[in-house]
Ligand binder design. Structure first.
Ligand SMILES: *Cc1c(COP(=O)(O)O)cnc(C)c1O
Length: 375
């Protein structure tokens, strides 16, 4: 992560999230290489995993992505005009499917529904007939995740009556892996076999099977179009091995006050941290309302003036406390920045301290942080 441009940040700003768009583009290229240069799209749901879809999506298009995926129709409606300014021929898919009654919102805005059930296929086909048109869409086959997508009995119904797809041009057939981050898990091969069997019930179309971790399961899993999300944003898609991705985010929050304490003083709500001797406590302007999860209380670490320092006591809504006793007093002053995420402590490391996964750390990143994009 290159040095960020904190000089651009006005003094009123209490927290800065720096997003390295060049690192995102590099991660796209790493994933494209893992996919042996086949087509790779980009999942930008949940506001680009918390980093700002309107900024990360154009960077991914510039890197080569031509298929973009969001979860909700509202996300797609917001992103469509942004994408139209980037490139004339981008496919934008709504993973959560077709919302009954909203068919025209997809069709009129060049947004592709991912048809997740026979009911959605019938509704999209009927809508196409009502417009006297042939309409594109993706079809999602459930190969064993049991979340969204056509279950096996609906796939068989489609095989028996292929006319139900009349009026629909499948631009993509997709399926989703449940255990791709565990390469040895038997579910991966089971889902691969289930997908191959289900594909014979459908007309030929490009197949998309792999999320970030799936891309590292090898060529048997690749098919035609990769569909990564989290790895683009720097989270390790291969948790059992070193992270092949480049770090994308840096998170800094301002130190508001520094207080010298001594036993028997306690720090924070619940008085859970008890000084055992002289100490210096820095109060920092980030809390669980900013997605700095309360589970990090008394467990996490931050970086101040090049020192790794512990989070002490409970994380509160807008504040957290760091024990900076080990940092020379002249090196840490109110107004200085504490690094909550940086080159020493990545999203996965903070997630471990919080007892969660990198996905949740990223998508929890608060709206109050000033977002700074570097390229
Ligand atoms: C979120 C999602 C992805 C991206 O998954 P990552 O693990 O973030 O790469 C791909 N496909 C579907 C259906 C998803 O819901």
């Amino acid at each position: 992560m290159r040095e960020n441009a904190l000089g651009q940040v006005p003094p009123r700003v209490a927290g800065v999230l720096t997003v390295d768009l060049a690192a995102i583009a590099e991660n796209y290229r790493i994933l494209k290489a893992a996919m042996q240069q086949r087509a790779v799209g980009a999942v930008v749901k949940a506001d680009g995993y918390g980093l700002g879809a309107e900024r990360v999506a154009p960077a991914l298009v510039k890197a080569g992505a031509r298929s973009l995926f969001v979860a909700q129709l509202d996300e797609a409606l917001k992103l469509r005009p942004v994408l139209d300014r980037c490139h004339p021929a981008l496919s934008l898919y709504v993973l959560n499917g077709l919302m009954p009654g909203a068919e025209a919102d997809y069709a009129d805005n060049n947004i592709l529904p991912v048809l997740n059930s026979l009911g959605q296929i019938d509704a999209w086909a009927a809508f196409a007939r009502s417009r006297d048109k042939v309409l594109p869409a993706a079809v999602h086959l459930d190969s064993g995740m049991c979340r969204l997508g056509l279950p096996p009995d609906e796939v068989e119904a489609l095989r028996a009556d292929p006319g139900r797809l009349d009026g629909i041009v499948p631009t993509c057939v997709l399926s989703h892996l449940a255990c791709a981050d565990e390469p040895q898990h038997p579910k991966n091969a089971e889902q691969l076999a289930a997908l191959k069997a289900a594909l014979t019930a459908l007309p030929r179309a490009p197949v998309s099977f792999c999320n970030s971790s799936g891309l590292f399961l090898g060529p048997d899993y690749h098919f035609d179009l990769g569909r990564p999300g989290v790895a683009l944003y720097g989270v390790n898609p291969t948790p059992a091995a070193p992270n092949p991705m480049r770090q994308v985010v840096r998170l800094q929050a301002k130190i508001l006050q520094i207080r010298a304490i001594d036993a028997p003083q306690t720090v924070g709500y619940g008085a859970t941290h008890r000084a055992t001797g002289p100490a210096r406590i820095a109060t920092v302007a980030a809390g669980y309302a900013d997605g700095y999860l309360r589970s990090i209380s008394s467990r996490g670490h931050a970086w101040v003036a090049g020192h790794r320092v512990p989070v002490v006591g409970r994380v509160s809504m807008d504040l957290l406390a760091l024990d900076v006793t080990g940092v020379a007093p002249e090196k840490v002053q109110p107004g200085d920045w504490a690094d909550l995420l940086n080159g020493e402590q990545d999203v996965d490391a903070l997630a471990r301290e919080a007892g969660t996964i990198g996905y949740e750390i990223l998508t929890s990143l608060g709206a109050r942080y000033h977002r700074l994009y570097v390229d």
